[in-house]
Ligand binder design. Structure first.
Ligand code: G1P
Length: 287
């Protein structure tokens, strides 16, 4: 099973750092954010992760390439735990496709079309993971996969309840609950004005999509914001295939899309580590 991670965005919110560092390479603790996302996909039965990259962000490619010189230098200097980490990052099954122009999320996903449609076991559902949210406990994709299997390989998206004044920042679903936390989706709308939003259930950034979406993306016209929207192709998909939504708890994800949320995520994950937690408490105790 394949997973696609779009990573060609500019990272404007992190300027000036992102003048030379890809947004996805910003660390949370010792790992770049994108490694969390890659490992999440691999931990949910993906066997290859395709990163949709831009020409300017070759550092991501370099990061996931082996570096035997660095590994042997670290081993020679008795720093084998670092050596293993470096080796690990360079051995993950990650490949790259280029998105020549930032024409939207749908366009980014479509760049990996050949990779998905030419799978050796025939085209099968694939994941899309947006890199602005980390799910370090990997609680979402395995449940989505289960729901898809229960419904003959149907598409499944993760959604969560957002405050009403924020629905216009997201893709929003309509449909009805078939279980406590599962909806059958009947409609979707990208970034609706609040008065046109059918529900407050917003697409979260984790998708398990039928390969048919790739054909539909090829004929999807620009939509909201003038961009080729994944949501618009999913609306087309709904005409011929079933789609389900897993309602997750927003706290399952850790946002890294803004300075504030990235910082909060770093602190939250640091608090899970006994040594770092102690350092934080000691540092800020008297301030
Ligand atoms: C994208 C999707 C949107 C989804 C959101 C989740 O929007 O188009 O449907 O709700 O991600 O973060 P973007 O944030 O790229 O504008």
């Amino acid at each position: 099973m394949k997973a696609i991670i779009p990573a060609a965005g500019l990272g404007t919110r992190f300027l000036p750092a992102t003048k030379t560092i890809a947004k996805e390479m910003l660390p949370v603790l010792s790992k770049p954010t994108i490694q969390y996302v890659v490992e999440e996909a691999l931990g949910a039965q993906a066997d290859e992760v395709i990163i949709v990259n831009s020409e300017q962000k070759k550092s991501i490619e370099e990061y996931f390439s082996p570096n035997p010189d660095l590994v042997s230098m670290l081993d020679g200097a008795n720093k084998s735990s670092y050596a293993r980490e470096v080796e690990h990052a360079g051995s993950l099954p990650v490949s790259f496709v280029l998105q020549p122009e930032a024409l939207g999320l749908g366009h980014a996903v479509m760049m990996a079309s050949d990779n998905v449609l030419s799978a050796k076991d025939g085209a099968e559902p694939f994941y899309v993971l947006l890199g602005d949210v980390l799910v370090p406990d990997n609680t979402i994709l395995p449940r989505m996969l289960e729901i898809s299997k229960e419904h003959n390989g149907a598409s499944v998206i993760a959604v969560y309840q957002v405050p009403h004044d924020q629905v216009n920042r997201f893709g929003v679903i309509s449909g009805s609950a078939i279980e406590d936390d599962v909806w059958k989706v009947t409609g979707l709308v990208e970034k609706p004005p609040i008065e046109e939003a059918p529900t407050d259930l917003a697409i979260f950034g984790r998708y398990l999509l039928s390969p048919r979406i790739m054909e539909l993306l090829a004929t999807t016209a620009p939509g909201a914001g003038g961009e080729i929207q994944l949501t618009d192709a999913m609306i087309e998909l709904l005409k011929t295939e079933e789609m389900y939504a897993l309602v997750i708890d927003g706290s399952e994800g850790f946002d890294v899309g803004t300075i504030e949320s990235w910082l909060t995520t770093s602190i939250s994950l640091a608090m899970r580590d006994e040594k770092l937690r102690k350092t934080i408490f000691e540092t800020f105790h008297h301030k």
